[in-house]
Every structure is written in structure tokens, then in C-alpha cells.
Design a protein around this ligand. Structure first.
Ligand code: AMP
Length: 397
């Protein structure tokens, strides 16, 4: 994958840089309750501003579906960006048209301006060429720093990228480099750990991974579907019995691709889905018919650790058990900690992301030690599925 970065931008001073960022932050009234997304785009904003560019931020907020929904205005986000950036951030109440143009016209070199929610216009989600043209009218260059929105072919992620010289921002660049090192041209052997609730939401992902990785650990609720397909009685466990043939097809594809599939060796079962529920560890031929599997047992944990030790690259999505309710977080925590240790000692390149994975790794205290943790939910999953991301494709030159 080849794309231009800010290193390729030779003379940014005075240029109007349209910078697509992810500012879809959780809010309580006008207060930002988690500024992680803002923090991630600060390096790009700062670098461009310090180099004298006029930094014009494009972002969506919520799903206003082409209407001006006041509760989905980005206006309250501008002061939050300003606080963290340490310099003023102006705001224009439309991303196209006269008010956007006036605000851009009033900018001095190094200034930062946030334009109102791109999704206030129907043309954004439709990727209408006229809308993209109107966006592009306010810029000389385009920088995309929103990997999390790159799986959508929208005006501000894809359309405008085709109309202006386009560059990856620093966060986008870091994400693409980390993902490239994990599945693009990885150091082998590559291990994928895929857990979570259901096979149905991850069929494409599993099908792609079996052809790309050397070992695939299947854990969590979705492992039950595979076990049941192989004749294991999983009792009252979360299980998609109707997907038995899909599970078998994935196992057969893995066989052809020489990908080793690792399923649990034992199970922690309980009779209630709640924290502190009575539980016991059983072998797979002894799952009580009235109980459910909520975690992997010690034997499985040891197997997963062995596979982590055998790997040089790890891609992780999804927990190995019902990690939100103790003590059923044990396998997820043990595996995450082990991967974190191997990463710290330089033996492993570890990339994780998607859905609950960030929460699970944070819960294990392991996220900081992973080589890269992607906070992009849908985009990360589509990348794991091997799909082309339109916002990334548009940056390729
Ligand atoms: P996902 O969003 O597909 O990654 O699924 C994450 C969810 O799967 C978490 O809420 C976990 O509690 C749940 N989960 C993992 N393992 C199990 C299990 N054995 N039984 C029920 N839920 C599980």
C-alpha cells in the first residue's frame, strides 16, 4: 500500500488544508466525556498549524441523516479541541457554502477552524460529487486522519480526496503502518485470536483470516458454535446451531490453507450469567446440559499462551469469555497479559482492535503494552475481513 504522508507535503505554509478527523466523541450535554478521539488527531493538527497551514477540520457527529439536528452540532466540540490543542479553534456553522467560505477566508496562517457536521448534508453519505466539489472549494490540499471513518465512501472521506492532493495524517499513517505490519507483510508465524459473542457477525473475518494467518485461536461464545458443529454438547451456552455448516466450511478452508485452528480444550461453566455466579471447570465432554460456557479453562489458557509464544505477529479481536463479569474474565486477561509481556520483551508485534476488544485489553491492563490498539471499530473489522477501505484507497497514489 503506498500513500502520501505529511512528509511528502513540502510547502504547507499558507495552504488551506482540509483535514478529515474523527470528532464523534461521547458527550454529556455540552461536555465531552471521553476525549480519546480528539487526542489522537492533535499531532496532525499541531504539525500542520506549526508549519503555517490553515487547518480546516472536517468531521461528522452522530447520524443527523442530512438534516440540521441541533443536538448533533459540532459547535460544543470546538472549545474541547481548543483546550487540548492549547490554541483557539474557530467554528463555522456550515461545512460548505458562504459561511464556510467566509470563515476560511478570515483565517491566518497556522489558524485552526472546525466546520459544522458534514452529515448535515445529504450529499455526505451519498458521496454526491457536487457536495465533494463544494467541500474541495475550501481547500488546497486534503489530509485524512480518520481511519475510523475510512470504511465509508462518503463525500468527506472519499469524494473530496479525489479532487485535491491527498495525504494521510499522522494517526491514519500510524494505523495503516501497524495494520500493514500485522497482515500486509507480517513477520511469520502470524497468530490471530478471534473471540466474542457470535460467529454470524464474523464469518467474513474468519474466512479472510484462515487464508492469511498461520494459527487461529477461536474463543468466546463463537467457539461454542464450532464445538457444537464437532459434536460437543454445549448445554445452554450461547451457540448458533444453525451455523454448524458454516463453521465446518471455515474449518475445511483452514485445513486447505494450512492454518492451524485452536479451539478451547476445556470450559468454565455456570448456571447463571452474572458476576460471581457458581462455576466449575469441566472437560469438553462434560458440559452439563443445564449450564453455559462462560470462559475458557486453565488448559485452554495454557494452550493459547503456547501459541502466543510460537507467534511473531498477533492480530486480536474479541474476548475469550464473558469478560465483563468476574470471574469469567480470566482467560481474556491471562492471554492479553501474556501477549503484552511478549510484546514488551520484543518477541511479538501485537495489533488489536474492534468492538469490545479495546475494553477487554484495558480491563486486563494490557492495552498500553500492545504494539498497536486500534480504536476504529467498523473500519478495523472491515480491514480484518480483507475489504478495501474507500477512504484509504482514495489516498493511494
Ligand atoms: P463481540 O462484540 O462479538 O466481540 O462480542 C463481545 C461479547 O461477547 C462480550 O460482551 C462478551 O461478554 C461476550 N462473550 C464472550 N464469550 C462469551 C460466552 N462464552 N458466552 C456469552 N457471551 C460471551
Amino acid at each position: 500500500m503506498s500513500f502520501k504522508t505529511l512528509d511528502d507535503l513540502t510547502d504547507p505554509a499558507g495552504k488551506r488544508a482540509l483535514v478529515r478527523v474523527d470528532l464523534n466523541v461521547p458527550m454529556d450535554g455540552d461536555r465531552v466525556t471521553d476525549a480519546t478521539r480528539i487526542e489522537r488527531v492533535l499531532p496532525t493538527i499541531r504539525e500542520l498549524s506549526d508549519k503555517g497551514a490553515k487547518v480546516i477540520l472536517l468531521a461528522h457527529f452522530g447520524r443527523p441523516k442530512g438534516e440540521r439536528v441541533t443536538s448533533m452540532s459540532l459547535a460544543p466540540v470546538a472549545p474541547a479541541v481548543a483546550d487540548l490543542l492549547g490554541k483557539p479553534v474557530a467554528f463555522a456553522d456550515d461545512c460548505i457554502g458562504q459561511s464556510g467560505a467566509d470563515a476560511v477566508g478570515a483565517m491566518a496562517n497556522g489558524d485552526v477552524l472546525l466546520l459544522e457536521n458534514t452529515r448535515y448534508h445529504k450529499g455526505e453519505e451519498k458521496n454526491d460529487p457536487e457536495f465533494a466539489k463544494a467541500l474541495a472549494a475550501n481547500g488546497d490540499i486534503y489530509v485524512n486522519d480518520a481511519f475510523s471513518a475510512a470504511h465509508r465512501a462518503h463525500g468527506s472521506t472519499e469524494g473530496v480526496a479525489k479532487l485535491l492532493p491527498a495525504y494521510a495524517g499522522r494517526t491514519m499513517q500510524a494505523e495503516l503502518e501497524a495494520l500493514g505490519a500485522a497482515l500486509g507483510e507480517p513477520v511469520r508465524p502470524v497468530l490471530a485470536v478471534v473471540g466474542g459473542a457470535k460467529v454470524s457477525s464474523k464469518i467474513d473475518l474468519l474466512e479472510n483470516l484462515v487464508s492469511r494467518v498461520d494459527m487461529l485461536v477461536i474463543g468466546g461464545g463463537m467457539a461454542n458454535t464450532f464445538l457444537a458443529a464437532q459434536g460437543v454438547n454445549v448445554g445452554k451456552s450461547l451457540c448458533e446451531h444453525d451455523l454448524a455448516s458454516t463453521a465446518k466450511k471455515i474449518l475445511a478452508a483452514a485445513d486447505v490453507a494450512n492454518c492451524e485452528i485452536v479451539l478451547p480444550d476445556d470450559a468454565v461453566v455456570a448456571w447463571e450469567f452474572k458476576a460471581g455466579a457458581d462455576n466449575k471447570t469441566v472437560s469438553l465432554d462434560a458440559v452439563p446440559s443445564d449450564a453455559m460456557i462462560l470462559d475458557a479453562g486453565n488448559a485452554s489458557i495454557e494452550t493459547v499462551k503456547t501459541k502466543i509464544d510460537a507467534a511473531k505477529t498477533l492480530v486480536w479481536n474479541g474476548p475469550l469469555g464473558a469478560f465483563e463479569i468476574a470471574p469469567f474474565d480470566k482467560a481474556t486477561v491471562a492471554a492479553a497479559k501474556h501477549a503484552a509481556e511478549n510484546t514488551k520483551s520484543g518477541k511479538l508485534n501485537s495489533v488489536a482492535g474492534g468492538g469490545d476488544t479495546v475494553a477487554a485489553l484495558n480491563h486486563a491492563g494490557a492495552a498500553e503494552s500492545f504494539s498497536y490498539v486500534s480504536t476504529a471499530g467498523g473500519a478495523f473489522l472491515e480491514w480484518l475481513e480483507g475489504k478495501e477501505l474507500p477512504g484509504v484507497k482514495a489516498l493511494e497514489g
